[in-house]
Design a protein around this ligand. Structure first.
Ligand SMILES: Nc1ncnc2c1ncn2[C@@H]1O[C@H](COP(=O)(O)OP(=O)(O)OP(=O)(O)O)[C@@H](O)[C@H]1O
Length: 616
């Protein structure tokens, strides 16, 4: 599902599966509305045929001077016209409702599937992201398929009705009109395959265009864009992507225009020939005035209805091809191998062992971890330190099983993490990630997301905030814990209860509070938990974290070596290999990388005092 080459066109069998799935989805979403829609469609389909016959009867009645039947015919004509108009409006409403209800279900199904992916790899795959975008766009397709099918059925009825009438006048001409629609169908199907392939090809350009547009409209990037004067640069890039996509769409539109113009010309020629023939036949007295009117209405009706049928068939085909992206995602297997019979995971007793763990993010990527052997003992704190890009955060991601080791294994009290359901493992872990999320939600929600049970328990949220030292800040916000931590939305519909923005350090404390809600978990992961804090706050938070960690198993990553010196074990990771391991004192005594980094940092904090007493 992740490779990005030209998309192979799904086989008819696969498309039939998609159609069945779409039909099931529509039926489950809006059964009553679908039935109503089909009923009014039927009325709409019968109306033109009835009108044509009534018109013929009126004209013949007039020509033959049978005025007695004219009033009845006129009333019937008016009633049929009214019913046809009412059916059109009812169909519009019902179709929109079917669309809305089905789109809701389709989005639910799609995002349930997206959140079911347990690892991170799909979200780092351009092919998957392109597919997801197209799948999102296809949310209304199942509903539209009903519409398309109904309009095809309506047209089929019209064709059948008029074909009967036409055949009475000229069987040969009837065959000619019907046959003239066949090339149109084949050509249009080919065009629609090309259109869907084009949409897949321009997917990356469209996503980049969206990326630039979003960048220019979000507060996060606004500072740099203004300071570095990036506005015009980003706008031009966005427009370049849009032009690329537009050029592909234009080429396709032109091709369609030429093909459709040729097809329309063919239809017009067929209709013109027929008209000449009927006029000549009427002149010779072989046809009545009513017959001529019927013939003209029938040819126009059959051609228009055949056109609609061809368009409907093509549209259905295109809608199915796009909906296929949805189906591919919702029916995809697990992104990480799922254990057939998942092992249960008891609370940690001995520890977590990384046994010769090798990892790279993809086959074309370099090795990030190269044979890491490491034991994280139960109840102890292990600190991971080392230079940027050494693989520390990657190791932590493997502990959470966001990826599986490429080689080697990670064992939780001897149980391979691959044998456990990811959600079971994650229920035992608490974490603050380096790139924690700042949710545009209320302060209370931002904390409670750490443990959803807490959404119903404000006291737990407040306790966690107190532990993270952010309670006073939150309590002082305009609406306390109800305050929205965003300037992009407001709390109320009227737009009066505006949100606020927190500082970087305050956000970090909110993220810590989220982790504090999971304090009872077996493993606590703290990836740079205090990087945004001021020195006093850092000291305070580390004291709190130390008390939180005491007796618990934790893995801490920090570049501030003073913050991890008390860890039970300090592990230096360099180029994906454990190069040093020991306590702070042992590593200092060894005089290796850790000792060098620590001394360098410590020297930076120490003032050199001049003999005169001045601080330099
Ligand atoms: N999702 C990813 N896809 C591809 N490569 C990645 C991904 N995440 C990290 N890397 C690469 O893996 C290597 C290790 O990154 P990692 O984030 O684990 O390092 P780190 O030790 O935590 O660094 P830092 O101290 O800067 O946070 C880096 O070279 C990085 O480019």
């Amino acid at each position: 599902m992740t490779s990005r080459g030209p998309e192979a066109t799904p086989t008819p069998r696969v498309l039939a599966g998609c159609a069945l799935r779409a039909a099931g989805m529509v039926w489950r979403s809006a059964p009553v509305h679908v039935l109503g829609y089909l009923a009014v469609t039927l009325v709409g389909a019968a109306a033109p045929i009835a009108l044509a016959w009534l018109t013929k009867a009126v004209l013949d009645g007039l020509a033959q001077g049978r005025t007695t039947i004219l009033l009845g015919l006129a009333v019937t004509l008016a009633a049929v016209t009214t019913a046809a108009v009412a059916a059109t409006h009812a169909a519009q409403y019902l179709r929109a409702e079917v669309d809305r209800r089905t789109a809701l279900r389709s989005k639910d199904e799609l995002f349930a599937a997206v959140t079911r992916f347990t690892g991170l790899a799909p979200f780092e795959s351009p092919a998957f992201l392109d597919r997801l975008r197209l799948a999102q766009q296809s949310a209304t397709n199942p509903g539209r398929l009903v519409d398309t099918a109904a309009s095809a059925a309506r047209s089929a009825m019209t064709v059948a009705g008029f074909v009967g009438s036409l055949a009475l006048i000229s069987p040969a001409f009837t065959v000619l009109v019907l046959l003239s629609a066949l090339p149109a169908l084949l050509i249009e199907l080919r065009l629609s395959r090309q259109r869907v392939a084009m949409l897949w090809r321009i997917g990356p350009a469209e996503r980049r265009e969206m990326f630039y547009a979003q960048l220019m409209s979000t507060a996060d990037a606004a500072k740099e864009i203004r300071l570095f004067d990036l506005g015009a640069f980003l706008r031009l890039r966005m427009l370049a992507e849009l032009r690329t996509a537009n050029a592909a769409r234009r080429r396709m539109d032109r091709r369609e225009f030429f093909v459709q113009a040729s097809l329309s010309a063919t239809s017009a020629i067929v209709a013109g020939v027929g008209l000449v023939w009927t006029i000549i036949a009427a002149g010779r007295g072989q046809l009545s005035v009513g017959d001529v009117s019927m013939f003209v209405a029938a040819v126009a009706g059959v051609q228009a209805a055949l056109n609609v049928m061809v368009s409907a068939g093509v549209m259905a085909y295109e809608q199915l091809l796009t909906f296929h992206h949805h189906v591919t995602i919702v029916t995809a297997g697990p992104d990480l191998p799922a254990p057939r019979d998942p092992a249960s995971l008891a609370p940690l007793r001995r520890g977590i062992e990384l046994r010769d763990v090798w990892f790279r993010y993809g086959e074309d990527h370099p090795w990030v971890l190269r044979g890491v052997d490491l034991f994280i003992p139960h109840g102890r704190t292990v600190a991971l330190v080392g230079r940027n890009g050494g693989g520390k955060s990657t190791l932590v991601k493997l502990l959470c099983r966001f990826y599986d080791p490429t080689r080697g294994a990670i064992l939780w009290d001897g149980v391979d993490l691959r044998d456990v359901a990811p959600e079971t493992l994650r229920a035992r872990i608490g974490a603050v990630f380096q790139d924690f999320v700042t949710y545009e939600m209320t302060a209370a929600d931002n904390i409670a997301l750490g443990d959803q049970d807490a959404t119903q328990d404000q006291s737990r949220v407040e306790r966690a905030a107190q532990d993270a030292g952010v309670h006073d800040t939150v309590a002082a916000l305009p609406y306390g814990y109800r305050t929205l931590l965003s300037r992009g939305f407001t709390l109320d519909e009227e737009g009066e209860e505006e949100g606020v923005l927190l500082s970087g350090g305050q956000w970090q404390r909110v993220a810590l509070a989220r982790a504090f809600l999971r304090r009872d978990r077996d493993l606590m992961i703290l990836d740079e938990p205090s990087s945004g804090l001021d020195p006093e706050a850092e000291y305070e938070v580390h004291s709190r974290l130390a008390s939180l960690r005491s007796g618990r198993t934790s893995v801490v990553i920090s570049h501030r070596l003073g913050a991890v010196r008390d860890a039970d074990r300090i592990v230096v990771l360099a180029d994906g290999v454990v190069t040093e391991e020991g306590t702070h004192a042992e590593l200092l005594a060894d005089g290796g990388t850790y000792a060098r980094l620590f001394t360098r940092q410590a020297t930076g904090y120490r003032d050199e005092v001049h003999p005169t007493g001045a601080v330099r």
